[in-house]
Write a protein that binds this ligand. Structure first.
Ligand code: OGA
Ligand code: NI
Length: 352
């Protein structure tokens, strides 16, 4: 199906009726499935709790997601990044398009990058930051772009520290220490200094027909982990096998952590990446800021040797973040399977 350019850059804030280009069929928005009523949502973990590491490990195994509190990210920084996002998305469409993402680029304003895999458009707009936001910010606010850049920089610095802390807590729950990590011939420290990240601002305007619209279609993140700050309107859902879609309600001051595909590979499938999506609301708009955390782009990622033995052979081959992003951009939800070297044991048994 082809999408007209005018549909792609439709100003969703001014639309009174859901256009065909954005009307999804057969959406299973009715949640949760039978039996899931008792299931609440992802755990909320206090990072100061003495058992934080174990709680995190268990959340990664069963949910692939959790919320954290006492994370040491200042409230005014969270407020500032939210205001920066609001300020950006409330610019006139013509102004936002001055910072449009180029067809083969990663940074800039536009529809969700996964849109090309779906016949319908999503009820959201996004702004992706990889590297310096200066060029784009200058086009958006020729007179006043510094404020935006400073906020982004502060936010990224703080998120980087939190992401590293969380990564070592998660790996620690698998009994992995920095000594066990030998990526590209270097110890864990090198990884820390060279980690890279993408910041994704998402805006979900209020929608005249939310039951037939999709904010952001189901996907897993191509990261080690993702830290999501969501504004005070619910919309995020995670998928649980046997239960269906479960809401992750905004919790004031808490941040949502998702297990990404690279952690899935590193943990040899112990901590599977989580399928998640965002739905939209009839009267409330929603903003989210995702910090997509990954390794230096050329470091090879593979199952950590300590997690591998005769009974647990490596399931995935070595791949760099940039190779994986290329595979994902081409094959989307089949990407992780394409990195498999062998089917998990249960599949062998099931195939008999
Ligand atoms: C993402 C994402 C969810 C949300 O940006 O990868 O999953 O609630 N966002 O906006
Ligand atoms: Ni995501």
């Amino acid at each position: 199906m082809t999408t007209r350019l005018s549909d792609k850059y439709l100003d969703l804030n001014s639309v009174k009726e859901l256009p065909d280009s954005h009307a999804w069929e057969s959406l299973d928005h009715d949640l949760p499935l039978d039996g899931a009523c008792k299931l609440e949502s992802v755990p909320i973990i206090d990072l100061n709790h003495k058992n934080a590491m174990e709680l995190i490990g268990s959340a990664c195994k069963t949910w692939g997601a959790f919320q954290v509190v006492n994370h040491n990210i200042a409230k005014n920084l969270l407020d500032d990044i939210e205001s920066a996002g609001k300020r950006l998305f409330s610019l006139p469409m013509q102004q936002k398009l001055k910072a449009a993402r180029s067809p083969d680029g990663l940074s800039g304003y536009g529809v969700a990058r996964i849109s090309s895999f779906f016949p319908k458009l999503m009820w959201s707009e996004g702004f992706t930051i990889f590297g310096s936001p200066l060029e784009h910010a200058r086009r958006l606010w020729p007179e006043d772009y510094h404020r935006f850049c400073y906020t982004i920089q502060d936010y990224e610095n703080e998120m980087n520290k939190l992401a590293e802390r969380l990564m070592w807590l998660i790996l620690g729950s698998l009994n992995i220490t920095k000594e066990d990590i030998n990526w590209a011939g270097s110890k864990g420290d090198q990884f820390q200094s060279g980690s890279s990240a993408v910041l994704q601002l998402n805006c979900y305007p209020a929608c005249p027909d939310p039951d037939r619209a999709m904010g952001l279609a189901a996907h897993t993140d191509s990261t080690i982990l993702t830290i999501l700050h969501q504004s005070n309107t619910s919309g995020l859902q995670v998928f649980r096998q046997d239960y269906g879609w479960i809401r992750v309600p905004p919790q004031p001051g808490a941040l949502v952590i998702n297990v990404g595909d690279l952690l899935h590979i590193l943990s040899n499938g112990c901590y599977p990446s989580v399928l998640h999506r965002a739905v939209v609301h009839r009267t409330q708009h929603r903003l989210s800021i995702a910090y997509l955390y990954g390794p230096p782009s050329s470091v090879k990622i593979f199952p950590i040797p300590k997690l591998v033995d005769n009974f647990h052979p490596p399931l995935y081959r070595a791949i760099t973040w940039s190779e994986y992003l290329g595979t994902k951009a081409k094959h989307f939800d089949k990407a992780l399977r394409l990195v498999l070297v062998r089917a998990p044991r249960s599949e062998f048994l099931g195939a008999k």
